[in-house]
Ligand binder design. Structure first.
Ligand SMILES: NC(=O)c1ccc[n+]([C@@H]2O[C@H](COP(=O)([O-])OP(=O)(O)OC[C@H]3O[C@@H](n4cnc5c(N)ncnc54)[C@H](OP(=O)(O)O)[C@@H]3O)[C@@H](O)[C@H]2O)c1
Length: 257
């Protein structure tokens, strides 16, 4: 049996990864801050699928939290075969509206934790000649708008570069770039979502199924929906100056408020 470690496993996209990987027979290490919720999730997945689910309470905005997960990933007697770096959050407001402490927390969770956990996992995976890492970014990574998108652009660049460096080692790295997904994300950030058109919403379970197919195919970038693939195709060929203006206008009109 293989083991997958999922950060931010208790809600949204992370919970969809946990459901799918448990159904596929993987043991799980579930990471988030809320221990009661983690325990409840572990019991439910164990009872439903007969897998072992370990609870690891950790706040990835702190050094102690990151170190606890690094230490679990570095355990060579109880190896992790698949790491899903999924924990993340958004901040309401534009640049200069958000307090610096919250901006730095975002960089800690989205960038530093992802760098350190990917390093801890792939060090062991490379020794074994197998393993996989999925780093959850966002389609926001591809448009010049906000510090959230900037942090996710770092995740995309880092993951694709590391995937290239580890090519041929048996270790696969992929960055997953979802569009809007119905989760707790927007409510937690205090963002209204009424302006977001219905067609732009993705289902977390379908997103995860498509992402795991992309991982099995050896892709280093997964944008798992035809609508967003088409949108990102347009973004790619649009000059940056025009793109900045268009995304600001459409973001104000149709984005989270
Ligand atoms: N939903 C979207 O539209 C969307 C779109 C593109 C990308 N994404 C990305 O997808 C990922 C998952 O988001 P989601 O929409 O599933 O969010 P969500 O429903 O709000 O779930 C977030 C999960 O992360 C955990 N978490 C948050 N901060 C943490 C921290 N400091 N340390 C450890 N765990 C933490 C939460 O549990 P605790 O509170 O118990 O810690 C929860 O399990 C994020 O990286 C997000 O940026 C989301």
């Amino acid at each position: 049996m293989t083991t997958a470690l999922i950060t931010g496993s208790t809600a949204g996209i992370g919970a969809a990864f946990a459901r799918r990987l448990a159904a596929d027979g993987h043991n799980l290490v579930l990471v988030a801050r809320n221990t009661d919720r983690l325990r409840e999730q572990a019991t439910e997945l164990h009872d439903r699928h007969g897998i072992e689910a370990q609870v690891l309470t950790a706040d990835l905005a702190t050094d102690e939290g990151i170190e606890a997960v690094e230490s679990r990933l570095g355990d060579r007697k109880n190896v992790v075969d698949l790491l899903i770096n999924n924990a993340g959050f958004g901040n309401k407001g534009q640049f200069l509206d958000v307090p610096m402490a919250e901006e730095l927390t975002m960089l800690k969770v989205h960038c530093e934790a992802v760098l350190r956990l990917t390093t801890a996992a792939t060090t062991v995976m490379r020794e074994r000649g197998r393993g996989g890492v999925v780093n959850v970014a966002s389609v926001a990574a591809f448009v010049p708008r906000g510090t959230y998108g900037a942090s996710k652009a770092w995740v995309v660049q880092f993951t694709q570069g590391a995937a290239r460096d580890l090519a041929g080692s048996g270790v696969r790295l992929m960055t997953l770039c979802p569009g809007f997904v119905r989760t707790e994300f927007h409510e937690r950030a205090g963002m209204g979502t009424d302006n977001i058109p219905k067609w732009m919403w993705l289902d977390a379970d379908k997103l995860v199924a498509a992402a795991l197919t992309d991982l099995s195919r050896g892709r280093s970038l997964s944008i798992p929906d035809p609508r967003y693939k088409a949108l990102m195709g347009v973004v790619k060929v649009t000059p940056r100056g025009i793109l900045g203006g268009v995304t600001s206008r459409t973001g104000r009109k149709y984005g989270p408020q």
